[in-house]
Write a protein that binds this ligand. Sequence first.
Ligand SMILES: Nc1ncnc2c1ncn2[C@@H]1O[C@H](COP(=O)(O)OP(=O)(O)OP(=O)(O)O)[C@@H](O)[C@H]1O
Length: 238
Amino acid sequence: MSNVVDMRARGLRKEYGKGEGLVRAVDGVDLDIVNGETVAIMGPSGCGKSTLLHLLGGLDRPSGGEVWLNGRRIDDISEKALARMRRTDVSYVFQSFHLMEELTAVENVELSALLAGRSPRAARRRAEELLDQLGLAGRSRFLPSALSGGQRQRVAVARALSNEPLVVLADEPTGNLDSAATLDVLQLFKDLHDAGQTLVIVTHDARIAATADRKFSMRDGALVDEARLPGALIRLED
Ligand SMILES: Nc1ncnc2c1ncn2[C@@H]1O[C@H](COP(=O)(O)OP(=O)(O)OP(=O)(O)O)[C@@H](O)[C@H]1O
């Protein structure tokens, strides 16, 4: 793992509502995520995990503080620049997959490569390769409705990788899966980590968190605890 910081947050805040109804969803988060690192964020429902992920990936604007991606500040850039950044530099994996139901698996995957500026041929080739790598070659012409939950989430991961993002943000990626499919997706994230992909995973699943280099607990909008896991220590000392 290098020391290059892919993603940085400083004094990050997000508030909703006003007066008595004010909710401090994210309340002063400082975080550096290093290239190739897997970071897990855990915590009780409502503590601000999804909000933090949205701020980090430019899906939402903070009330205060800064977000940096690849050395560039992104919290104050134009909508157009933010949209471009979301197409090219970050990807998301959601609990409920968010696949386009009327498109086949391969069309879902190639779409994000097309949006990132690949030619149709290159986008199709990359989509086929990714589906193949994720064990879905025989399913590439299937609609999402003909796939199991685990297969859908693998298509969603292939889609997240097809634009070759710097950082993949995953929000409860196993939240809708049974235990066999969870193990599949768990292995997938381990493989991505081993391939050097920078990953931020919000999860309730301790097994997913155990694959991370660093694990944070979130409470009331703040990251309160950080346990460096043995795997990370060995790698950092290399
Ligand atoms: N658009 C919104 N408007 C008002 N309040 C919001 C909005 N989005 C989130 N919140 C509030 O912000 C707080 C943090 O929500 P968030 O969804 O980030 O929590 P979470 O930790 O991801 O929860 P879960 O584990 O249940 O998904 C909650 O109190 C929530 O009600």
